[in-house]
Design a protein around this ligand. Structure first.
Ligand SMILES: *[C@@H]1O[C@H](CO)[C@@H](O)[C@H](O)[C@H]1NC(C)=O
Ligand SMILES: *[C@@H]1O[C@H](CO)[C@@H](O)[C@H](O)[C@H]1NC(C)=O
Ligand SMILES: *[C@@H]1O[C@H](CO)[C@@H](O)[C@H](O)[C@H]1NC(C)=O
Ligand SMILES: *[C@@H]1O[C@H](CO)[C@@H](O)[C@H](O)[C@H]1NC(C)=O
Ligand SMILES: *[C@@H]1O[C@H](CO)[C@@H](O)[C@H](O)[C@H]1NC(C)=O
Ligand SMILES: *[C@@H]1O[C@H](CO)[C@@H](O)[C@H](O)[C@H]1NC(C)=O
Ligand SMILES: *[C@@H]1O[C@H](CO)[C@@H](O)[C@H](O)[C@H]1NC(C)=O
Ligand SMILES: *[C@@H]1O[C@H](CO)[C@@H](O)[C@H](O)[C@H]1NC(C)=O
Ligand SMILES: [Zn+2]
Ligand SMILES: [Zn+2]
Length: 585
């Protein structure tokens, strides 16, 4: 079978047409290697990286406009075909054809990812009349800037008024909070398989054995393309018991990166095993967040009106039962609606857990309906308003740093944070697998809030880690953040983990405090002092043996990441660029 001829024609014309255009646009392409770029985005980005591919068409690369045009054309063609009774098999075949002519992934990976998503795409195209290439490309290629017009535009109602005056800290009584994130438990993890398997996830029981010791997946995990076996998770949970803390914040991602081969059943099994471990190890409350990997297929969270096999409802039903230590009556409605909830953890401290996986540009369902999924932002504004009236302080927990969200969602979220900036003492995130901070700015470029990223247990080119925060017992500000880790190379050699405190944020950077204004000052110091940014880079990877040398572009990326919480809102990033440029002139 060959791809449909209209489709093939369109693509060929475009490829031939663009062969002469060798303008590589460097803007924005050294993006975080931290977040894995999804298949469909890589299909388009491949063009921009001047890579040879085996289609016989030679080297092709394109600038942003050409990439967006190609995306529009390809997507419009696919929609046209789908509306004209193309079969599911044909659809899968055509996308697979792309995946393979561009050498994006091995055939089984392409096939798996596409097959898992094909029903959802078909449903969306058949049931949502107002979609076209412009709309879809604006979403999937948001990070390179493919918007045309206002495809995604809405606002939510935010209670009028200003945030309360920031309460004075107690300064004496403190307690700790433990932050775990991105466990990525891989039940198929197998020691001594090859590290270099050519698939997105290695060390699998159905992959090749290593030829020699340096090629072998380690006992605890492996620095690249590897998740973790259960004994590594248990070792961490056991280790964290050596600390005193009041709560555990778990910011999501239990399921492995074998994304081409997930199922509701296998995800349920992994989620159950991990949550059982939490129950086994922790007597203190655990506040869990859903990660994008908990869904099947990965990243895809359906709107609440979708029923049946395409719905994410199985996950919400399941976690309501499994998160059994939460006060069921209080959390039931919102968990069943969309996997989010709020709990008063102690007098004066409210915890708000979001399922912000819905906002991710990798969530297909935003093409179908992007308006405040699950009414979650509207709910957030109401919860914060009530907290403000009751003189409570709030910690917000979510999985995805908002820079990876659909812009309009991130914008509305930022507006809510601005309105309640002194009620929200801190935010906690995961997903990037990096030990980092996310500073939120108001319209006047003043730092107003901060998100602490927990890093990850899964190595992903870093050493595994967890974090421990010191919290003021009266106003619930973060007073310090410690990162605990171990040398993965050594642990694999010795078959034994030696945990160590890597650093205290306050000590390492010589800080007076960790309020948003302090962190803003730190970022500006980092921009003008390489000692600091190199330190940050080393902590970002938890002092890993994996090469993490950071050149000028990398330093600039780290700085901008810290101050960008909304794609395209670059004011502070631009200021930092200026500071760095002035260093060299
Ligand atoms: C939505 O699309 C599917 C095809 O995937 C079709 O079976 C179904 O009837 C459609 N539903 C509505 C409400 O149009
Ligand atoms: C993996 O290889 C090491 C070193 O050869 C060996 O000690 C270990 O038992 C092997 N593990 C498994 C599960 O085969
Ligand atoms: C180990 O095996 C890998 C993969 O086959 C190979 O690339 C590498 O050169 C080998 N290393 C040594 C030290 O033999
Ligand atoms: C659990 O942690 C304790 C220290 O808190 C340590 O002595 C013990 O060896 C650990 N057990 C395992 C199985 O890792
Ligand atoms: C899903 O089920 C609900 C309640 O049973 C119903 O109101 C809704 O219309 C259904 N949605 C679709 C798309 O069929
Ligand atoms: C921030 O600025 C934007 C654009 O200038 C404006 O639309 C928005 O309303 C402002 N937001 C707030 C909270 O003032
Ligand atoms: C980690 O351990 C390995 C093996 O002992 C060693 O070579 C390496 O220098 C250590 N890394 C750091 C950062 O200490
Ligand atoms: C950069 O910061 C370090 C650590 O505080 C300090 O020792 C050094 O003097 C600073 N360098 C410059 C050029 O300010
Ligand atoms: Zn993750
Ligand atoms: Zn994630």
């Amino acid at each position: 079978m060959f791809p449909n001829y209209i489709f093939l024609f369109a693509v060929t014309v475009l490829l031939v047409f663009t062969r002469s255009c060798y303008t590589l646009n460097e803007q924005d392409f050294d993006d975080d290697n931290a977040v894995k770029i999804p298949l469909w985005e890589r299909i388009f980005r491949q063009f921009q990286q001047q890579k040879k591919f085996s289609s016989g068409l030679g080297e092709v690369s394109m600038n942003v406009n050409q990439t967006c045009t190609l995306c529009h054309l390809m997507v419009d063609t696919l929609i046209f075909e789908m509306k004209n009774e193309m079969t599911l098999t044909q659809l899968i075949f055509e996308i697979e054809y792309f995946c393979s002519i561009l050498n994006i992934e091995k055939e089984n990976v392409c096939e798996g990812v596409i097959t898992l998503n094909a029903d959802i795409l078909t449903y969306i195209v058949k049931n949502q009349t107002k979609i076209d290439g412009t709309k879809i490309c604006a979403l999937i290629l948001q990070s390179i800037g493919c918007e045309k017009g206002n495809n995604y535009e809405w606002e939510i109602e935010i209670p009028p008024g200003n945030t309360v005056k920031k309460p004075k800290p107690d300064g004496k009584t403190k307690f700790n909070i433990l932050h775990l994130t991105d466990l990525h438990y891989d039940p198929l993890y197998t020691e001594n398989k090859t590290k270099d398997c050519g698939e997105p996830l290695c060390c699998q029981n159905d992959q090749k054995k290593a030829n020699n010791a340096s090629d072998a997946c380690g006992y605890w995990s492996s620095p690249e393309n590897a998740d973790v076996p259960l004994h590594t998770i248990e070792a961490m949970l056991n280790q964290t018991q050596s600390h005193e803390f009041e709560y555990v914040y778990f910011t999501g991602d239990m399921v492995s990166h074998r994304v081409w081969d997930t199922s509701v059943e296998s995800n349920k099994k992994i989620i159950t095993e991990i949550l059982d471990q939490f129950v086994k190890y922790y007597k203190k409350p655990v506040y869990p967040v859903l990660g994008n990997h908990e869904a099947h297929p990965v990243n895809v969270f359906s709107p609440d009106e979708i029923n049946g096999s395409l719905s994410t409802q199985w996950l919400y039903d399941m976690i309501l039962e499994k998160w059994s230590w939460l006060p069921k009556d209080e959390v039931k409605d919102t968990i069943l609606k969309g996997g989010y909830y709020t709990v008063l953890a102690q007098k004066g401290l409210r915890i708000v857990v979001l399922n912000n996986n819905v906002c991710s540009t990798e969530n297909w369902w935003l093409i179908y309906d992007d308006r405040d999924p699950y009414g979650q932002l509207k709910w957030l504004a109401e919860v914060l308003h009530k907290a403000e009236n009751n003189e409570e302080i709030v910690h917000i927990l979510a999985h995805i740093p908002t820079k990876s969200c659909l812009k309009v969602w991130a914008r509305e979220y930022r507006k809510i944070i601005e309105r309640f900036s002194n009620t929200v003492a801190a935010q906690f995130y995961g997903h990037t697998h990096r030990d980092q901070i996310h500073i939120y700015y108001n319209n006047k470029s003043e730092a107003m809030n901060v998100g602490w990223n927990g890093g990850s247990l899964m190595p992903d080119e870093a050493n595994p880690n967890y974090k421990l925060y010191t919290i003021d017992a009266k106003v619930f500000d973060v007073l310090d953040a410690e990162t605990w880790t171990f040398n993965l190379t050594l642990a694999n050699e010795m078959k034994e983990i030696k945990w160590k405190k890597l650093y205290s944020f306050k000590e390492a950077y010589g800080m007076d405090g960790l309020l948003p204004a302090n962190l803003d000052e730190l970022v500006r110091n980092m921009a003008s002092n390489d000692t600091f940014i190199e330190l940050y880079n080393n902590f970002y990877y938890r002092d890993s043996d994996y090469d993490h040398t950071c050149d000028e572009a990398c330093k600039m990326r780290l700085l901008c990441e810290m101050v960008t919480t909304e794609q395209g809102k670059d004011e502070v990033c631009e200021e930092l660029k200026e500071i760095r440029q002035n260093l060299y002139t």
